[in-house]
Design a protein around this ligand. Structure first.
Ligand SMILES: NC(=O)c1ccc[n+]([C@@H]2O[C@H](COP(=O)([O-])OP(=O)(O)OC[C@H]3O[C@@H](n4cnc5c(N)ncnc54)[C@H](O)[C@@H]3O)[C@@H](O)[C@H]2O)c1
Length: 456
């Protein structure tokens, strides 16, 4: 090991290293807290002054990060935050956790990575380890990050160290957290990999080294493409079951009893979140640069993108059975965050469903204990919405309650008892009822005899 690398290794292993995390969002804040919790002095750098101020006050704005942890770590001086990149000059290691969205054209938007890396480069000093964590296409670390950092005259693997390690955080998951999810690491040189492995080894139970950053980048995209494709498959099976008069939920529940060779995925109103709807397109963009047409990704993308339309079709069908039309109907959407028990609205399919309902003349309202309000431009409904409380009166007033996100806080018995008509896209209601229609399942047996109850 070179003297520079050996010195950094010693600082990491003795926990004297000053570590930095750039981008304090859903990924960066839990990582910064984990480093600090394990005795490393951590500085979080974020351009968002509100996040920096919240950390300074010892507050958490990420549901998975306990406010008490932030408060304690800030009070102990182990965690600080800044919007000023000059702090980089004081750091031994820097983890980059900035967003990687798609442009409207579905091309990767690298602007956050580029601006963060340029800001780091302005203060980079010899002997620093830089690790990119943002999900991105294979080649980013060596083709984009490395040249930007090397403009300083410092060389990767010699003067500074560079690696990629994909973040695998699953917001809202009570079992798996930053500490106990194995961390894959690929360095631009073996020394870079060793240093990154040592850094994560301070705070994460298991570190899995791979041979290069591009392998590590590809690992993350395989994982997320696997999910997108399997969700696309089960969504297509749901649409098929609907036509065949079979309940897809019963099918998946029975299939999952096979102890090997099957993993359950569930249908729903569409893909959401910052990862699954986006990351596979980073891979397909890169594959196309090399003349390779990735068919699974595109197919899964188009099936998944059709699910908000299928959901609106189901709501229309359910209303129709009671001789009601969607035009003019009062639709109460239950749950609009992209998944259960979290507040994240990024790419939430509920926004598409609500926009489509609005376009077809429905009067849309929503209930979600995690999302107090939705701006007009987010759901293309022409007006801002505030969450309603899902009580007996609001349920009874709706012509149809559409369950799009199955938050545990909802009282499903009360929904069944008080809503005149329900479309359940998540199988949140387990028993059959004449007024409960499910995505991917035939209309309930006695639905033809069912008539809507007039709101009182
Ligand atoms: N959220 C997840 O569940 C998840 C899971 C795995 C991987 N990822 C990946 O991790 C990365 C970060 O995602 P996230 O969900 O934490 O995003 P986020 O939007 O919650 O957080 C990103 C943070 O970066 C800050 N930021 C943006 N540009 C910056 C810059 N130039 N300098 C400093 N700070 C800057 C933003 O203000 C924000 O606080 C993405 O690539 C994402 O794909 C996310």
């Amino acid at each position: 090991m070179s003297p520079t690398a050996a010195e950094l290794m010693a600082r990491i292993q003795s926990r004297r290293a000053r570590v930095g995390v750039v981008g304090l969002g859903y990924v960066g804040l839990p990582l910064a807290v984990e480093f600090a919790r394990n005795g490393l002095m951590c500085i979080g750098i974020d351009l968002d002054a509100r996040k920096v101020a919240a950390i300074d006050r010892g507050e958490s704005y990420i549901p998975d990060v306990a406010a008490a942890d932030v408060k304690t770590l800030v009070a102990e001086g182990l965690l600080t935050a800044s919007a000023d990149f000059s702090a980089v000059a004081t750091l031994d290691t820097i983890n980059i956790c900035v967003p990687t969205p798609l442009r409207k054209t579905k091309d990767p938007d690298m602007s956050f990575i580029v601006s963060a890396v340029e800001a780091i480069a302005a203060h980079l000093r010899t002997g620093t380890l830089v690790v990119l964590e943002s999900t991105t296409y294979p080649g980013t670390t060596e083709e984009v990050v490395q040249p930007l950092l090397e403009r300083t005259g410092l060389r990767a693997g010699v003067d500074f160290f560079l690696a990629f390690s994909p973040e695998r955080v699953d917001p809202g998951n009570a079992t798996y957290n930053t500490r106990n999810v194995p961390k894959v690491v690929g360095g631009t040189t073996p020394e870079c990999a060793e240093l990154a492995r040592a850094l994560y080894g301070t705070s994460i139970d298991t570190v899995i080294p791979v041979s290069s950053p591009r392998v590590a980048e590809m690992v993350k995209l395989l994982e997320n493409t696997f999910r997108a494709v399997n969700i696309g498959l089960v969504n297509e099976i749901a649409l098929m079951c609907d036509k065949l008069g079979i309940d897809v939920w019963e099918v998946v529940d029975a299939a999952r009893t096979k102890p090997f060779g099957f993993m359950p995925f569930y249908p729903g109103p569409g893909l959401g979140g910052h990862c699954i709807p986006i990351d596979p397109f980073y891979l397909s963009w890169k594959a196309r640069q090399h003349g390779f047409e990735p068919r699974f990704i595109e197919l899964a993308g188009s099936v998944n993108a059709a699910m908000p339309h299928a959901t609106v079709g189901k709501i229309t069908e359910a209303l129709n059975v009671g001789k009601q039309s969607l035009n003019g109907a009062r639709i109460l959407v239950a749950g609009i965050a992209y998944k259960r028990d979290i507040d994240d609205m990024r790419e939430s399919p509920a926004l598409d469903v609500m926009g489509l309902l609005h376009q077809r003349g429905a009067r849309v309202s929503y209930a979600d204990p995690f999302v107090p309000a939705v701006r007009a431009r987010s759901w293309l409904g022409g007006y801002d919405l505030s969450a309603v409380t899902m009580d007996r009166a609001t349920l009874a007033e709706a012509d149809c309650v559409a369950i799009l996100t199955d938050h545990r806080a909802f009282d499903y018995d009360a929904i069944v008892a008080n809503a005149p008509l329900i479309v359940d896209t998540r199988n949140a209601i387990k028993r059959t009822h004449p007024h409960v229609f499910k995505l991917g399942a035939p209309a309930p047996a006695c639905a033809q005899a069912w008539q809507p109850v007039a709101a009182t």
